[in-house]
Design a protein around this ligand. Structure first.
Ligand code: AP5
Ligand code: MG
Length: 210
């Protein structure tokens, strides 16, 4: 059966890390709405790009209409397997997705809010290789340089301390209610995100039956 998998969890819980590993190993199409918006911010100049920039850089949600348009236009075919990382993020988005193409499983990457701060403020990215590091938890061999591509690592604008606080607040208010929503549908599976990356991944495979 085709799997339609949603990754849910606090900012910094490891949704991006785990969904990328799963997508790579099993060749499943994966979409991160956050990555899509960052790409729009980089490329775009008009009103829409400004609207996205204003939301993402301030840690608040982009409008449901625009977000769903991105999802709808990016999913290759609703009949194939796919992974959504960071969508839906509120009840309205969940209901829209349900009408369009209901998920078959929802993975909640469960994590203690206290360790998130270090994860996000320490996160560094290599743009072309796509590799992710953390200066505290998972540093590159040479400070500021990607082990694989040799490129300079960058920090996301919304990983600054005050914006991280805002993102956590938005998660609690708008996204956390989705846990009950998917629990009630009987498709929520919880994994402990507070373990080494490979252990989280092996638990993920187990709950998905891969
Ligand atoms: P988005 O890009 O989705 O950000 P987020 O949900 O805040 O999540 P993150 O990407 O920060 O964390 P993650 O869970 O992917 O963790 P990661 O694997 O990177 O969204 C950004 C913005 O876009 C939003 O604020 C909003 O404005 C907008 N947006 C996006 N989707 C939207 C939607 N549906 N509707 C409206 N607006 C939307 O890991 C974090 C760090 O921890 C890394 O350094 C990593 O190396 C490290 N790490 C990961 N796992 C482990 C581990 N097990 N042990 C130790 N370190 C680990
Ligand atoms: Mg992410």
């Amino acid at each position: 059966m085709n799997k339609k998998i949603i990754f849910l969890g606090y900012p910094g819980s490891g949704k991006g890390t785990q969904s990328a590993m799963l997508s790579k190993e099993f060749s499943i199409y994966s979409l991160s709405t956050g990555d899509a918006f960052r790409q729009m911010m980089k490329e775009g100049k008009g009103e829409v790009a400004d609207q996205v920039r204003n939301c993402v850089n301030n840690g608040i949600l982009v409008s449901d209409e625009l977000t769903f348009e991105v999802v709808k236009n990016s999913l290759p075919s609703i009949d194939n397997s796919w992974i959504l990382d960071g969508f839906p993020r509120n009840l309205n988005q969940a209901k829209i997705l349900n009408e369009f193409c209901p998920p078959t499983e929802v993975i909640l990457v469960d994590i203690d809010e206290k360790i998130i701060f270090q994860r996000l403020t320490g996160r560094r990215l290599a743009k072309s290789s796509g590799k992710m590091y953390n200066v505290f938890l998972n540093p590159p061999k040479t400070e500021g340089i990607c082990d694989e591509s040799g490129e300079t690592l960058i920090q996301r604008d919304d990983d600054k301390a005050e914006i991280v606080q805002k993102r956590l607040e938005v998660y609690r208010l708008e996204t956390e209610p989705l846990i009950k929503y998917y629990q009630d549908k009987g498709i929520l599976k919880k994994i402990n995100g507070d373990l080494p990356i490979d252990e989280v991944y092996s638990n993920l495979r187990e709950v998905l039956g891969f």
